[in-house]
Design a protein. Sequence first.
Length: 165
Amino acid sequence: MKKKEDAKNKLLFELVKGARRSDRDLARALRISQPTATRKRTALEKEGLIQEYTVVPNLEKMGYQILAFTFLSFEQPPKPELIETAKKWTRKQPSVMFAADGTGIGMNSIMVSAHRDYSGFSKLLTKLREDWQPNLKNVQSFIICVNRPELLIKQFSFRYLETDE
């Protein structure tokens, strides 16, 4: 069973390096036949190990200046209806790329968003505070200026997930 899991992970990591790669190229990299690579990719999709094929864009070149990690504290424990409302609310916010319940630093939720300027970020926070009272207890943000490449330590990419070794 371990060998089968290793093969799945190897294919996943090859796809993380480049999702547009052909099955022929993947087969070469993994030293398997092209039909086997196709079958394995299809199996990963059916199992839900591949959620989507996407790109990681250069936010600065797209005109964004801010990447914000906003930590939130809501009343606990979260009620199911509150989670459903949060899902609907975040779907309506085009700048929000990720949101989840969690724990740490005295907070219980996180939201990741991208903004063209500070005004856009400020509008999102204002809407958040207005729409979520009285459930929202605390909001703290960590803002990254994406148009300051000299401050970038490591570019965001899933390709670094290659191995844990």
